[in-house]
Design a protein around this ligand. Structure first.
Ligand code: BG6
Length: 300
């Protein structure tokens, strides 16, 4: 649907506005009393969230592609219904098809307290059934206010159960990777994807000083992103059996055409996910994975 038609359909006290990016690509801009956010309909992909007067919480590649059927580098891609390479057919897209599929707008509402709630939807269709043979409805819901809450809601519309993997693949903007730590992963088993081995983390504050691609199992409810010894963000996960921590570092950054060579210094992916073990969704049931980001948290 075109931006002009969407603007007619969803007039909400001028807090939301649809903008055309290029042929076939539209983004939604939300600007309420607390914050601004931008969400692309392709992939239900959030690319920006700022509290009023503050810097963006998310890192977005300055050389990202905005094209049909291409994932945007940065922001919050949604990986669904598989994570990483497809387990049986590596010709299928990495991280599933949701992040390159066109979503429709199901609803946009404003709460009494002034938060904006956006629901985008993707339903199974001929194209999805060719690569994933199940009837589904996938809703990506954003609640935008003093915090941002992102939920990936899977409805199984088939008459049999299905299994899936998923990730809310958030690229957080950081001042400098050298001064960044992640708190809350002490004592957890993680699968190091680079050497394909399980390890146990013994650090209260996890730092990154080389390429990292780690899947932490059974994560706690909340992690704290610490910058220059101060808690900067709270990252709450609900119904996630794993947290993926990813930074490509020098060589991998240089090998990606949509990633600046020095970009690894200013981003860290922390992904609330269900990856190492799959989620079972019985017929006619739903499953919801959520990540809530609380800017300016304090440990006190
Ligand atoms: C992470 C994976 O979630 O995403 C990494 O753990 C992967 O293995 C990274 O390299 C980026 O993936 P993509 O497909 O967006 O380049």
């Amino acid at each position: 649907m075109k931006a002009t038609e969407l603007n007619k359909q969803f007039e909400l006290n001028q807090t939301v506005n649809f903008q055309k990016i290029s042929d076939g690509l539209v983004k939604l801009v939300v600007n309420n009393q607390f914050s601004t956010a931008e969400i692309h309909l392709q992939g239900a992909h959030l690319t920006s969230y700022c509290l009023n007067g503050q810097e963006d919480i998310f890192w977005l590649s300055p050389i990202a592609n905005y094209q049909l059927n291409k994932a945007i580098r940065g922001g919050v891609p949604i990986c669904w219904p598989w994570f990483g390479k497809h387990p049986k057919d590596c010709s299928l897209p990495q991280h599933g098809f949701a992040r390159t599929s066109e979503f429709s707008v199901e609803s946009i509402e404003e709460s009494e307290s002034g938060q904006t709630m956006v629901k985008l939807v993707l339903s199974s269709n001929q194209k999805t059934l060719q690569v994933w043979p199940y009837q589904f409805k996938l809703v990506v819901q954003f609640i935008i206010g003093k915090t941002i809450e992102i939920s990936v809601i899977t409805h199984n519309d088939a008459n049999q159960e299905f299994f899936l993997m998923e990730a809310i693949h958030s690229y957080f903007a950081i001042e400098n990777i050298e001064h960044t730590r992640l708190q809350g992963l002490n004592g957890l088993v993680f699968f190091d994807q680079l050497i394909q081995r399980e390890e146990i983390n013994r650090d209260d504050l996890v730092s990154v000083s080389s390429e990292v691609d780690a899947i932490y199992e059974c994560p706690p409810h909340q992690l704290i992103l610490v910058q220059k010894n101060k808690p900067a963000l709270g990252i709450t996960s609900k119904h996630a059996n794993s947290i993926v921590v990813w930074n490509p570092w020098v060589d991998k950054a240089a090998s990606m055409s949509d990633f600046p060579d020095d970009g690894y210094q200013n981003m860290l992916c922390i992904e609330s996910s269900n990856t190492r073990s799959k989620v079972i969704v019985p017929a006619s049931h739903s499953h919801t994975l959520t990540q809530i980001i609380t800017p300016s948290v304090s440990n006190e």
